[in-house]
Unconditional design. Structure first.
Length: 236
């Protein structure tokens, strides 16, 4: 009888572990709910005029946020906005917003330091920038700064300021993003994600400091100008 009891206990333990694993896998495979419902149109709700900024049509061609058409590894977004804004002093800032409703291990927001080289740029510097004060959050948003160029000496040079939000997480690297998505999936949640990117063409690296400050101001003012539902897509 003792041997049978031990065998039964071991069997029960194995079955229990198998059930837990099955539940976890089922939760990942079939999440209980989507992160964002009835998301507004970014193109319709992000204003073309706010503060001292106004959008200009067909003025600049900026680096794409993805490659492809359908939602996939190459094109992980459900909505994108690519615009160029100009202020009364003639400063131009290119805005890229890219939002995806469902972030997965194989389909998630693309980082600018990956997209730029894929389109012929060389990343000259990448660093954590000063967080930006935005509407809807008591704490400022962590941001990244990047300097990228192409065409050699005298070629194009861009200063880039961006943040990536996945769910409620602002991550500075892809590995942490994957870990966060995995944790949320194990809890049965599919999270949304967004890239908020501002960039400015500059003539020399010495102009990068001014460009970064201007882009921070631009992004802060943008968050104050959008409706609450749209703001919830940009920051959380």
């Amino acid at each position: 009888m003792l041997k049978i009891t031990r065998l039964s206990l071991r069997t029960c333990a194995f079955v229990a572990l198998a059930m837990v694993a099955a539940v976890a896998l089922a939760m990942v495979a079939t999440p209980r709910f989507a992160a964002t419902k009835a998301a507004p149109s970014l193109d319709a709700t992000v204003p073309k005029v706010f503060g001292d900024w106004r959008a200009v049509e067909g003025n600049s061609i900026q680096v794409s946020v993805s490659q492809g058409v359908e939602t996939s590894f190459e094109q992980p977004y459900d909505q994108t906005v690519l615009r160029t804004y100009v202020n009364s002093r003639g400063d131009q800032i290119m805005l890229a917003l890219a939002w995806g409703e469902r972030q997965r291990q194989d389909v998630k927001v693309h980082r600018p330091e990956v997209c730029y080289p894929a389109q012929g740029y060389v990343v000259r510097s990448l660093h954590h920038e000063t967080p930006i004060a935005v509407a809807g959050r008591t704490e400022p948003v962590p941001t990244m700064g990047m300097l990228a160029g192409r065409g050699g000496k005298g070629g194009e040079l861009e200063a880039v300021r961006y943040w990536i939000r996945i769910g409620t997480n602002y991550t500075g690297d892809g590995l942490r993003a994957r870990w966060y998505i995995l944790q949320e999936g194990l809890n049965g949640r599919v999270v949304d994600g967004v890239l908020v990117r501002a960039s400015q063409r500059i003539r020399s690296e010495e102009e990068a400091t001014r460009a970064n400050a201007l882009m921070a101001q631009f992004l802060s003012e943008l968050t104050q100008a959008v409706p609450p539902a749209t703001l919830a897509m940009l920051v959380r």
